[in-house]
Design a protein around this ligand. Structure first.
Ligand code: PRP
Ligand code: URA
Length: 210
Protein backbone atom coordinates (compact mmCIF):
# COMPACT_ATOMS: atom_id res chain seq x y z
CA UNK A 1 0.00 0.00 0.00
CA UNK A 2 1.30 3.47 -0.86
CA UNK A 3 0.92 6.05 1.87
CA UNK A 4 -0.07 9.66 1.53
CA UNK A 5 2.71 12.19 0.98
CA UNK A 6 2.23 15.92 0.44
CA UNK A 7 5.15 18.15 -0.46
CA UNK A 8 4.00 21.73 0.05
CA UNK A 9 4.45 23.73 -3.13
CA UNK A 10 4.55 27.43 -2.26
CA UNK A 11 7.03 30.17 -3.17
CA UNK A 12 7.33 31.42 0.41
CA UNK A 13 8.15 27.93 1.64
CA UNK A 14 10.68 27.43 -1.17
CA UNK A 15 12.33 30.78 -0.37
CA UNK A 16 12.64 30.01 3.33
CA UNK A 17 13.95 26.49 2.66
CA UNK A 18 16.75 28.00 0.58
CA UNK A 19 17.66 30.26 3.51
CA UNK A 20 17.64 27.25 5.84
CA UNK A 21 19.95 25.36 3.50
CA UNK A 22 22.48 28.21 3.41
CA UNK A 23 25.42 27.23 5.64
CA UNK A 24 25.92 30.91 6.55
CA UNK A 25 22.45 31.26 8.13
CA UNK A 26 23.04 31.78 11.86
CA UNK A 27 21.15 29.95 14.63
CA UNK A 28 18.75 32.77 15.50
CA UNK A 29 17.64 33.18 11.88
CA UNK A 30 17.61 29.40 11.44
CA UNK A 31 15.23 28.98 14.39
CA UNK A 32 12.93 31.70 13.11
CA UNK A 33 12.89 30.19 9.62
CA UNK A 34 12.07 26.73 11.02
CA UNK A 35 9.13 28.24 12.86
CA UNK A 36 7.92 30.14 9.79
CA UNK A 37 8.16 27.06 7.55
CA UNK A 38 6.34 25.05 10.21
CA UNK A 39 3.49 27.56 10.31
CA UNK A 40 3.15 27.56 6.53
CA UNK A 41 3.24 23.78 6.21
CA UNK A 42 1.11 23.08 9.29
CA UNK A 43 -1.74 24.74 7.41
CA UNK A 44 -1.58 21.73 5.07
CA UNK A 45 -0.69 19.09 7.67
CA UNK A 46 -3.63 20.07 9.91
CA UNK A 47 -6.16 20.26 7.11
CA UNK A 48 -7.95 17.08 8.25
CA UNK A 49 -8.59 18.20 11.86
CA UNK A 50 -12.15 17.39 12.82
CA UNK A 51 -14.56 20.20 13.68
CA UNK A 52 -18.03 20.31 15.18
CA UNK A 53 -20.66 23.01 14.78
CA UNK A 54 -21.50 25.21 17.77
CA UNK A 55 -24.05 27.96 18.34
CA UNK A 56 -22.58 31.44 18.21
CA UNK A 57 -24.10 34.91 18.14
CA UNK A 58 -22.43 37.40 15.85
CA UNK A 59 -23.29 41.12 16.34
CA UNK A 60 -25.76 40.58 13.49
CA UNK A 61 -27.38 37.17 13.93
CA UNK A 62 -27.21 33.79 15.66
CA UNK A 63 -25.56 31.08 13.56
CA UNK A 64 -23.88 27.73 13.79
CA UNK A 65 -20.20 27.67 13.04
CA UNK A 66 -17.39 25.08 13.42
CA UNK A 67 -14.90 24.77 16.27
CA UNK A 68 -12.18 22.13 16.57
CA UNK A 69 -13.73 18.95 17.95
CA UNK A 70 -12.49 17.63 21.28
CA UNK A 71 -10.35 16.32 22.77
CA UNK A 72 -7.58 18.79 21.94
CA UNK A 73 -5.04 17.60 19.35
CA UNK A 74 -1.64 16.43 20.55
CA UNK A 75 1.56 17.82 19.08
CA UNK A 76 4.45 15.46 19.68
CA UNK A 77 7.96 16.76 19.06
CA UNK A 78 11.04 14.61 18.57
CA UNK A 79 13.83 16.22 20.62
CA UNK A 80 15.79 18.22 20.13
CA UNK A 81 14.99 19.75 16.79
CA UNK A 82 11.24 19.13 16.88
CA UNK A 83 10.88 21.56 19.79
CA UNK A 84 10.90 24.64 17.57
CA UNK A 85 8.15 23.13 15.45
CA UNK A 86 6.05 22.39 18.55
CA UNK A 87 6.32 26.01 19.66
CA UNK A 88 5.23 27.23 16.23
CA UNK A 89 2.19 24.94 16.11
CA UNK A 90 1.14 26.00 19.61
CA UNK A 91 0.63 29.50 18.22
CA UNK A 92 -1.96 27.99 15.84
CA UNK A 93 -3.51 25.60 18.39
CA UNK A 94 -2.87 27.15 21.82
CA UNK A 95 -5.06 24.49 23.45
CA UNK A 96 -2.98 21.66 21.96
CA UNK A 97 -1.45 19.13 24.34
CA UNK A 98 2.28 18.53 23.91
CA UNK A 99 4.26 15.31 23.96
CA UNK A 100 8.05 14.99 23.95
CA UNK A 101 10.08 12.09 22.62
CA UNK A 102 13.81 12.31 23.32
CA UNK A 103 15.69 10.50 20.55
CA UNK A 104 19.17 10.84 19.10
CA UNK A 105 20.82 8.92 16.29
CA UNK A 106 23.70 6.70 17.27
CA UNK A 107 26.62 8.19 15.30
CA UNK A 108 27.85 4.76 14.13
CA UNK A 109 24.67 2.80 13.45
CA UNK A 110 22.36 5.80 12.76
CA UNK A 111 19.74 3.95 14.82
CA UNK A 112 17.57 6.04 17.17
CA UNK A 113 18.36 5.92 20.88
CA UNK A 114 15.48 6.83 23.18
CA UNK A 115 16.23 8.88 26.30
CA UNK A 116 12.93 10.52 27.25
CA UNK A 117 9.21 10.00 26.67
CA UNK A 118 6.34 12.08 27.99
CA UNK A 119 2.98 11.94 26.25
CA UNK A 120 -0.34 13.69 26.95
CA UNK A 121 -3.14 11.71 28.56
CA UNK A 122 -5.91 10.21 26.39
CA UNK A 123 -3.49 9.91 23.48
CA UNK A 124 -5.72 7.20 21.97
CA UNK A 125 -8.58 9.71 21.63
CA UNK A 126 -6.53 12.57 20.17
CA UNK A 127 -5.50 13.51 16.68
CA UNK A 128 -1.70 13.52 16.89
CA UNK A 129 0.78 15.51 14.82
CA UNK A 130 4.35 14.21 15.12
CA UNK A 131 6.94 16.85 14.23
CA UNK A 132 10.65 16.65 13.42
CA UNK A 133 12.45 18.88 10.90
CA UNK A 134 14.41 16.01 9.29
CA UNK A 135 13.12 12.72 7.87
CA UNK A 136 16.39 11.04 6.88
CA UNK A 137 16.62 7.24 7.29
CA UNK A 138 13.19 7.44 8.90
CA UNK A 139 14.51 5.51 11.92
CA UNK A 140 13.58 8.25 14.40
CA UNK A 141 10.11 8.78 12.93
CA UNK A 142 9.38 5.03 12.86
CA UNK A 143 10.58 4.68 16.46
CA UNK A 144 8.36 7.60 17.48
CA UNK A 145 5.40 6.04 15.67
CA UNK A 146 6.12 2.75 17.50
CA UNK A 147 6.06 4.56 20.86
CA UNK A 148 2.84 6.35 19.97
CA UNK A 149 1.24 3.15 18.71
CA UNK A 150 2.19 1.29 21.90
CA UNK A 151 0.63 4.15 23.88
CA UNK A 152 -2.61 3.60 21.96
CA UNK A 153 -2.51 6.44 19.42
CA UNK A 154 -4.23 5.47 16.18
CA UNK A 155 -4.49 8.78 14.37
CA UNK A 156 -0.95 10.09 13.84
CA UNK A 157 0.33 12.28 11.02
CA UNK A 158 3.92 13.41 10.47
CA UNK A 159 5.17 16.89 9.58
CA UNK A 160 8.82 17.36 8.63
CA UNK A 161 10.62 20.20 6.92
CA UNK A 162 12.99 18.20 4.73
CA UNK A 163 12.58 14.55 3.77
CA UNK A 164 14.04 12.13 1.28
CA UNK A 165 12.75 9.01 -0.49
CA UNK A 166 14.46 6.64 1.96
CA UNK A 167 12.76 8.20 4.99
CA UNK A 168 9.33 8.37 3.40
CA UNK A 169 9.59 4.71 2.35
CA UNK A 170 10.69 3.63 5.83
CA UNK A 171 7.67 5.28 7.44
CA UNK A 172 5.18 4.07 4.87
CA UNK A 173 6.58 0.51 4.85
CA UNK A 174 5.72 0.21 8.53
CA UNK A 175 2.85 2.68 8.84
CA UNK A 176 1.21 2.97 5.40
CA UNK A 177 -1.69 4.98 6.81
CA UNK A 178 0.54 7.78 8.13
CA UNK A 179 -0.02 11.02 6.25
CA UNK A 180 3.36 12.72 5.72
CA UNK A 181 3.68 16.43 4.96
CA UNK A 182 7.03 17.88 3.90
CA UNK A 183 8.23 21.34 2.96
CA UNK A 184 10.82 19.81 0.63
CA UNK A 185 11.64 16.38 -0.74
CA UNK A 186 15.40 16.05 -1.31
CA UNK A 187 17.37 13.64 -3.47
CA UNK A 188 18.93 11.03 -1.22
CA UNK A 189 21.04 10.15 1.83
CA UNK A 190 24.83 10.31 1.84
CA UNK A 191 27.16 7.69 3.37
CA UNK A 192 26.71 9.32 6.82
CA UNK A 193 22.90 9.14 6.51
CA UNK A 194 22.62 12.91 6.06
CA UNK A 195 20.09 14.27 3.60
CA UNK A 196 21.57 15.59 0.34
CA UNK A 197 21.50 18.52 -0.25
CA UNK A 198 19.59 18.96 3.03
CA UNK A 199 20.59 21.59 5.54
CA UNK A 200 23.07 19.72 7.74
CA UNK A 201 22.36 18.78 11.35
CA UNK A 202 19.11 20.48 12.27
CA UNK A 203 19.58 20.25 16.05
CA UNK A 204 23.09 21.68 15.91
CA UNK A 205 22.03 24.51 13.66
CA UNK A 206 18.98 25.38 15.79
CA UNK A 207 20.86 25.34 19.08
CA UNK A 208 24.35 26.40 17.95
CA UNK A 209 26.01 23.16 19.08
CA UNK A 210 28.42 20.97 17.17
C1 PRP B 1 17.98 14.44 13.80
C2 PRP B 1 16.63 14.92 13.39
C3 PRP B 1 15.80 13.66 13.48
C4 PRP B 1 16.77 12.60 13.06
C5 PRP B 1 16.45 12.21 11.64
O1 PRP B 1 18.09 14.33 15.17
O2 PRP B 1 16.13 15.97 14.18
O3 PRP B 1 15.30 13.41 14.77
O4 PRP B 1 18.07 13.17 13.14
O5 PRP B 1 17.25 11.16 11.24
P1 PRP B 1 16.65 9.73 10.89
O6 PRP B 1 15.48 9.93 10.01
O7 PRP B 1 17.79 9.06 10.17
O8 PRP B 1 16.32 9.03 12.17
P2 PRP B 1 19.43 13.85 15.90
O9 PRP B 1 19.43 12.37 16.01
O10 PRP B 1 20.61 14.47 15.22
O11 PRP B 1 19.26 14.39 17.36
P3 PRP B 1 19.25 15.90 17.93
O12 PRP B 1 17.99 16.55 17.43
O13 PRP B 1 19.27 15.72 19.39
O14 PRP B 1 20.48 16.59 17.39
N1 URA C 1 19.52 14.56 10.92
C1 URA C 1 19.77 15.85 10.56
O1 URA C 1 19.68 16.76 11.41
N2 URA C 1 20.11 16.10 9.29
C2 URA C 1 20.20 15.14 8.36
O2 URA C 1 20.52 15.44 7.19
C3 URA C 1 19.96 13.81 8.75
C4 URA C 1 19.60 13.55 10.04
Amino acid sequence: MTGTLTVVDHPLVAHKITMLRDRDTESSAFRALCQEVTLLTAYEALRHLKTEPVDVETPVAPTRSPLLAGPEPAIVGILRAGLVMVEAILTLIPTGKVGHLGLFRDPETHQPVEYYTKLPDRIADREVLLVDPMLATGGSAVHALDVLSEAGATNVDLLSIIGCPEGVAAVHDRYPETVITLAAMDERLNEHAYIVPGLGDAGDRIYGTK
